[in-house]
Ligand binder design. Structure first.
Ligand code: SF4
Length: 195
């Protein structure tokens, strides 16, 4: 199956979705953006106001921080796939609740299985919770974990650095780790394919 078609197909289903209450206040759905053939997937929490207007994840102030963190390790944003736990903006930028996250989870699970990334970077505590429900972002950040066949790398949500700039150096050092981890994983991946 062609990966880009399937991701497009999911985006089309999301655009019509009324499964949870969040559909009522949305301007646009925000299914995800980037390269569906990427080895890296980034999962945030929920779209904000700018994302809701443009239908693209991480285009506001937190998105600018994410872009600069990616640039700091020479990763082009268009070469990875970025999405959120829920695909519609919660009113007044509140956190999505458990019910909304569960109702939207099929879309995310499909996206993960189509993209089949080497590493999933979770941004913030809500996306961490999906993969590692019994830990906190403070403890889990900056290390690699296994979830099914996927490598999970949790880091703080970029929006956290807007409120607490002291987190930015920690985020920069976590992103440096991502860069070397991915290099190692790609080497292992290629050598497995050659066997
Ligand atoms: S947040 Fe997800 S489940 Fe809720 S309406 Fe939007 S696409 Fe559907």
């Amino acid at each position: 199956m062609d990966a880009s078609y399937s991701i497009t197909d999911i985006a089309s289903q999301i655009s019509k979705c009324k499964l949870c209450e969040l559909h009522k206040d949305r301007t646009l759905t925000v299914p995800g953006d980037g390269d569906p053939n990427s080895k890296i997937m980034i999962i945030g929490e929920a779209p904000g106001q700018n994302e809701d207007q443009k239908g693209i994840p991480f285009v506001g102030r937190a998105g600018h921080i994410l872009d600069s963190l990616l640039e700091s390790i020479n990763i082009d944003r268009t070469k990875i796939f970025i999405t959120n736990m829920v695909k519609c903006r919660p009113p007044k930028n509140r956190d999505p609740n458990v019910k909304e996250i569960i109702q939207c989870t099929d879309f995310l699970d499909h996206q993960i299985s189509i993209i089949n990334p080497l590493v999933i970077i979770t941004l913030g505590r809500l996306s961490l919770k999906k993969f590692l429900p019994n830990t906190s972002i403070k403890i889990a950040r900056g290390s690699i974990y296994k979830w099914k066949q996927y490598n999970i790398f949790p880091i703080y949500h970029p929006a956290a650095a807007l409120y607490n700039p002291k987190l930015l150096p920690k985020m920069k050092s976590d992103f440096k780790k991502i860069s070397s981890l991915i290099e190692g994983m790609e080497t292992d991946f290629k050598s497995t394919q050659m066997k």
